[in-house]
Design a protein around this ligand. Structure first.
Ligand SMILES: Cc1ncc(COP(=O)(O)O)c(C=O)c1O
Length: 428
């Protein structure tokens, strides 16, 4: 935690920066061409040729963020493009115009477009995925469903989000399962280091290995290697992909994990309240449905039953259209270009300790964390939002007092420069 003095310093520094014009610096608006022209039309979405800001200008015009504000907090909540907001609104309108027809039509969109499209995007079969409200729900479904006996052990890493840890604490309390935690440094040195630490922490009683694909702080775990290690020992691999899906291509069959849980409202920029739970076909006898006592391997019934937000789920069709047009490899290249720029600028900034490594194998393309000497991260988030109208987040975990910047395709290097200048003002 920062000292009282550091907080006072940051406030004074911020005001200084504001006086120097940083807070009020002009920025390119992230608003659709329709706002500028009044025509109500956006440029047709197409795959950009290249990674720089100019190549992605038309894509940026598909977002309706209020002009003057910059959004760099997709790791908390993704900012959907206009087409997604419109699809959700249209779905609710259809339900209000004729509920039964609306319900049937939206159900068809989900069955015929969303589920197969999402399965294809994730390299899975349609009957291996169930739609959820978020990653947390999916992670619970996996944890509650795994067959475990008292005394069986589950290994989690020290960098798990509460959503990935708490369901196992529930199993510990209810079923007498033992939960072990392996410490992974932040940042870690290499993929080999992570695999080695996990391997050392496995015991003959370990039945589940639970870990993130990308940690909350943006470190990239060697998922395929960890899943292979689990498989060799007959251990169920249970992966939290909340920070991965939508940031770069994810191929679940290639990763060969047993279960995978993800948010679709973070990096995939889907409607708020959307997630996915994947269970590999071959593991259905070990991961049961949390909802149906009569589920079978042929009818596994993972999908949570009951009434759901059909317009929200059907809105994922627009999300899929958006990402299929852009291509996830291109999205990853663009986000990498932006975070590389941010890291370069941060390295030149006095007092900054960059906690996201330069190594692409261990550092994800979208999220960057760093500490700035004498600055309290929570206070800095509020100051930057208030004074510079840039939305970011803190990462006060894993022993850090860090800032987390999660940039997506619509951000620009100009916005990033403005952010770094605002931080320089804070520490001035
Ligand atoms: C690594 C990780 N797992 C799980 C979650 C929870 O995601 P959701 O809000 O979709 O349940 C988050 C949210 O920030 C996260 O960062």
């Amino acid at each position: 935690m920062a000292s009282h003095r550091a907080n006072r310093l940051s406030r004074r520094g911020f005001l200084h920066a504001g006086a120097a014009g940083l807070a009020g610096a002009p920025m390119a608006a992230c608003a659709p061409a329709s706002d500028a022209t009044g025509s109500g039309r956006r440029p047709e979405l197409s795959r950009p040729d290249g990674v720089d800001d100019v190549a992605w200008t038309d894509v940026r015009d598909h977002f309706i963020l209020e002009p003057g504000t910059a959004y760099m907090n997709n790791a908390s909540l993704g900012m959907p493009p206009a087409s997604v907001a419109e699809a959700v609104a249209a779905g609710y309108e259809a339900l209000s115009r004729e509920p039964l027809r609306g319900k049937n039509d939206l159900g068809r969109v989900i069955a015929d477009r969303v589920v197969p499209g999402l399965a294809a995007l994730l390299g899975a079969e349609a009957d291996e995925i169930a739609l959820t409200r978020n990653a947390t729900e999916a992670l619970h479904m996996g944890a509650v469903g795994v067959r475990l006996r008292p005394g069986d052990e589950v290994l989690v890493t020290s960098q798990e989000h509460p959503a990935g840890r708490r369901p196992w604490e529930f199993r510990a309390q209810r079923d007498g399962v033992k939960v072990n935690t392996v410490f992974i440094p932040s940042p870690f040195e290499s993929e080999e280091q992570v695999v080695g630490l996990v391997e050392e922490a496995l015991t003959p009683a370990t039945r589940v290995l639970a870990f993130c694909h990308v940690t909350r702080g943006g470190h990239l775990y060697p998922v395929a290697d960890l899943c292979a290690l689990a498989r060799e020992r007959g251990i169920v691999s249970h992966v939290d992909g909340a920070q991965a899906v939508g940031m770069f291509p994810v191929d679940l069959h290639a990763l060969a994990c047993d279960t995978y849980s993800a948010s679709l409202h973070k990096w995939l920029l889907g409607p708020m309240g959307t997630g996915v739970f994947y269970v590999r076909r071959g593991v259905r006898d070990r991961v049961l449905s949390a909802f149906a006592h009569d589920a079978t391997v042929d009818a596994p019934a993972y999908q949570p039953p009951g009434t759901i937000g059909l317009p929200v789920r059907a809105g994922l069709a627009a999300t899929l259209d958006f990402f299929e047009t852009l291509g996830l490899e291109h999205v990853a290249a663009r986000t990498r270009h932006l975070s590389d720029h941010l890291k370069r600028r941060l390295r030149e900034t006095p007092g900054v300790t960059l906690l996201s490594g330069p190594d692409r194998a261990t550092s994800c393309p979208g999220s960057t964390i760093f500490e700035l000497e004498g600055l309290d991260a929570v206070e800095a988030v509020a100051l930057i939002a208030e004074g510079a109208r840039i939305h970011i987040d803190e990462h006060q975990r894993d022993g850090h007092n860090a800032i987390r910047i999660s940039t997506h395709v619509y951000n620009t290097t100009v916005e990033i420069d403005r952010l770094v200048d605002a931080f320089r003002g804070l520490s001035a």
